[in-house]
Design a protein around this ligand. Structure first.
Ligand code: KIV
Ligand code: ZN
Length: 577
């Protein structure tokens, strides 16, 4: 017995999930009337879990028995649903890097892509399956033989592989998209799952648009899919239409009505069209779901998917309520979020829960005063637990390579020898310009090294800016391609940034239209690193780039080169594919 940790609210009835409570095996209680001599009641709750507890006026007075938390699987779909969001496309090297980071974060399943969608998708799933270890690698397939075969072809080298098969079930999809009857849907679902199961044991089936599917039909499809061999049943809110209570009721309904539901794990996959994806996912878990599908920073189709960092921290911070846990190494949440931002250029808003820059900032005097007296007055999570360091000043120009490696490791980055060497050279240059280097500076610098190194074709050698009132600004720019060629040009523009754009275009020969340009500071202070994000269009496609420096013209050039190098990498891939 231990004291209840959440001694806050006054509750008349305190219940406790205790699924394996032995005395209930012989006499299955279904109402609260079953009361033990000790005063504890036992009951079945609405989700058919056994509950044990006792009536009390005050929660804090209640002794509860130690209970085991349910382990919730985290299924990350950043590289599949996330990558479908506009502006989030990644090249092969970037996908591999994100997959590795996800494995280190501790996700249970990585949905690496949709192999039949394109040769590039196939190849990235294949490479991730071949090289990323310690996690299940999953590939998406429509419920069709050629899709399932292709998915397996890409996945087969993974020690733990999963095929995720989906088929729409709602009336609206059946009628207008598939033009299929309910019988035909069930038949196709069974055939697809059986085909998948002939390749591997781990088969997930998703009745697409499940949250708008008639209850009776949903139960019928789910039961048939499980009988055919599905081991996970995912219930997607494909259009982000459901509310938390509806999700709770739907999962409860499935648990109550589908006779073989215990043979599969129930999963949730919520879209954020109404801003409810995280709340809906948590409602599903509360109703008994054992897997959450989510993405880093909540990226995904349209308004995105449930944000991984938010569901994980909600389960952890409110463990007293959900009685669930995950395998996520929460200290890697912020570094992983930053890596994704760096890779895709999709910046999270400042006030974004968990990973936004303001998530742990206290501005008002009353809050700051409370925090100084007792941190928990206004802080429900410890920032360090999600990878936000409280150490402000970290390094200066006298710091050595080992100190940089140490700090980078504390911030979540393990650098290879070559990466460390490159990062250290940049660090020395920066430390000469800027006396004090903060965590934000180190992160910007290290990420530039990690994500720039693999695909960079054009690199910056030197630049010089001439700008004065009433004079046309000029930029003299020298770039090199690979290890050899160096090219110099001098261009003018409406401002130095415009001139820098022209200069990059002139040397690389890649013509672009600038669609978006943003500057933000990586740390505080006048000498802060300025991070520039550009979105450029080339031949009708969008590319993003990020660059960081204390000089915004240099950040712009680096961001442009980052985007231009993506164009070059994509062209090179298209030529070899
Ligand atoms: O949103 C959705 O329905 C999906 C399915 C493929 C699971 O992404
Ligand atoms: Zn989706």
């Amino acid at each position: 017995m231990k004291r209840c940790p959440a001694a806050r609210t006054s509750r008349r009835l305190t219940v406790l999930r205790l699924p394996k409570y032995p005395s209930c095996r012989t006499k299955a209680p279904n109402s609260i009337d079953f009361v033990e001599p000790s005063g504890f009641f036992v009951a079945l709750d609405r989700t058919r879990d056994l509950l044990r507890g006792r009536e009390t006026r005050n929660f804090s007075d209640c002794d509860v028995m130690t209970q085991s938390d349910r382990m919730i699987k985290i299924f990350d779909t950043t590289l599949r649903d996330g990558e479908q969001s506009p502006g989030a496309s990644m090249n092969m090297a970037e996908k591999l890097e994100i997959a590795q980071a996800l494995a280190e974060l501790g996700v249970d399943i990585i949905e690496a892509g949709f192999p039949i969608a394109s040769p590039g998708d196939f190849e990235s799933v294949r490479q991730i399956a071949q090289s990323v270890r310690g996690v299940t690698i999953c590939g998406l397939a429509r419920c069709a033989d050629k899709d399932i075969d292709r998915a397996w072809e890409a996945l087969k080298s993974a020690p733990q592989a999963r095929i995720h098969i989906f088929l729409a079930t709602s009336a609206i999809h059946r009628e207008f998209k598939l033009r299929m009857t309910t019988d035909e849907i069930v038949e196709r679902a069974v055939a697809g799952v059986k085909r998948g199961a002939s390749y591997c044991d781990d088969i997930e089936f998703s009745p697409e648009d499940a949250c708008r599917t008639e209850h009776d039909f949903l139960c019928r499809v789910v039961e048939a899919a499980i009988d055919a061999g599905a081991t996970t049943i995912n219930i997607p809110d494909t259009v982000g239409y459901a509310t938390p209570s509806e999700v709770f009721e739907r999962i409860t309904m499935l648990r109550n009505r589908v006779p073989n539901i215990d043979k599969a794990i129930i999963s949730t996959h919520c879209h954020d069209d109404l801003g409810l994806a995280v709340a809906n996912s948590l409602a599903a878990v509360h109703a008994g779901a054992g897997q959450i599908e989510c993405t880093i920073n909540g990226i995904g189709e349209r308004a995105g998917n449930a944000a991984l960092e938010e569901v994980v921290m909600a389960l952890r911070t409110r463990q007293d309520f959900y009685h669930c846990t995950t395998r996520i190494e929460t200290k890697r949440l912020v570094p992983t979020s930053r890596l994704l931002t760096k890779t895709t250029g999709l910046v999270v808003q400042r006030n974004k829960a968990i990973v936004g820059r303001n998530a742990f900032a206290h501005e008002s005097g009353i809050h700051q005063d409370g925090m100084l007296k007792e941190r928990t007055t206004y802080e429900i999570m410890v920032p360090e637990d999600v990878g936000v360091s409280k150490t402000d000043l970290v390094l200066g120009k006298h710091s050595g390579r080992a100190a940089l490696a140490d700090r980078a490791r504390a911030l979540g980055y393990t650098l290879s020898g070559e990466q460390l060497q490159q990062a250290f050279e940049q660090f020395k240059l920066l430390a000469n310009k800027k006396k004090e280097l903060y965590d934000g500076d180190i992160i910007a610098l290290v990420q530039q090294e990690i994500s720039g190194g693999s695909n960079r074709e054009w690199t910056l050698v030197d630049y010089e800016v001439t700008s004065a009132r009433n004079k046309t600004p000029h930029v003299r720019l020298t770039l090199k391609r690979g290890d050899t060629e160096k090219t110099e040009t001098v261009e003018q523009g409406d401002g130095p940034i415009d001139a820098a754009f022209w200069a990059v275009e002139r040397i690389t020969g890649i013509e672009v239209v600038c669609k978006d340009f943003q500057v933000r500071s990586a740390t505080l202070g006048r000498d802060a690193i300025g991070e520039v994000t550009v979105e450029i269009e080339h031949k009708g496609r969008s590319y993003r780039g990020i660059g960081a420096s204390t000089d915004s013209v240099e950040s712009t050039i680096l961001a442009m080169l980052n985007a231009v190098n993506r164009i070059i990498a994509e062209k090179a891939y298209a030529e070899t594919a």
